[in-house]
Design a protein. Structure first.
Length: 275
């Protein structure tokens, strides 16, 4: 009987320790010092009303003022971070693994499109646009070249500073100019740096490997010379961004604050939990 009781006690102890261990693993996975929440145009998600939104009166001023108040808030950190694509213009003769869609088994290189009455051959490449706050937050390392400088965040002409992932280094040099399609218009990309091997950006449960990505700046200022329609598209895209909370329990309060700000400018924004 004593031996049986001893076995039972040992089993209970092991079970308790296992439960504690599982709980600690769960806490480690789900409790974050910082938490990302996606800022989204809730109306456009539901009924694809982007065209109607961008046609509204004073929309550019409203979008810019809304973004400025988000950036100035002391209740949360607003970062412009948008995974996207840029399209390489011309025949793609480089490895398939650098092309968007390769990771899903799709062959999207060398597609024909018509832009401004021109026929272009394009290949989509994964990119991420980020502002200075995002760059500072992720503290990425370069193997060669320069980080985005202050002037790189001011758009005065359709030249796009580029920092390339490490797998592009065999095919491009610092200073190379690359013809690109971005926001449905032609740009000249200028290579100014290469990331170190195996650079990664982690956001809670999401991880972005940067070896086959291109980084571009999310512009703080956009000149009127660029044209109002392009300004609107760029500013709207910058609001497809993230709010970073130090305490995820603040989500509801911050979401109410953001909805209050969006109502101030008659815009349909709110936070998505994403999980």
């Amino acid at each position: 009987m004593k031996e049986r009781m001893k076995v039972i006690v040992i089993f209970i102890i092991i079970s308790v320790l296992s439960c504690v261990s599982l709980f600690m693993m769960y806490q480690e996975k789900n409790d974050f010092e910082q938490q990302y929440f996606h800022l989204a145009d809730l109306q456009n998600i539901q009924n694809d009303s982007l065209g109607q939104l961008l046609d509204q009166d004073n929309i550019l001023e409203r979008l810019n003022n809304f973004k400025q108040e988000l950036k100035e808030s002391e209740k949360f950190t607003f970062i412009e971070f948008l995974p996207n694509v840029v399209e390489f213009i011309g025949e793609w003769d480089k490895p398939n693994q650098l092309v968007n869609g390769y990771e899903y088994g799709a062959d999207l290189k060398n597609q024909t499109v018509h832009v401004n009455n021109k026929e272009l051959l394009i290949t989509p490449i994964n990119c991420i646009s980020m502002d200075q706050d995002a760059w500072d937050l992720y503290d990425l390392s370069l193997s060669e070249g320069n980080e985005f400088a202050g002037t790189d965040y001011s758009l005065t002409e359709k030249k796009l500073p580029l920092i390339l992932g490490s797998e592009f280094k065999e095919y491009y040099d610092i200073g190379d100019e690359i013809p690109l399609l971005y926001f449905y218009e032609e740009w000249t990309g200028v290579v100014q740096g290469f990331l170190e091997d195996d650079e990664v950006i982690k956001q809670d449960w999401t991880e972005y490997s940067l070896d086959t990505r291109i980084l571009v700046p999310s512009f703080k200022e956009v000149s009127d010379e660029i044209g109002e329609e392009l300004q609107k598209r760029i500013t709207y895209a910058q609001l497809d961004a993230y709010v970073l909370l130090e305490d995820k329990s603040e989500y509801s309060k911050v979401n109410r604050e953001i909805k209050k700000l969006s109502q101030k400018y008659n815009l349909p924004y709110g936070l998505l939990r994403g999980y």
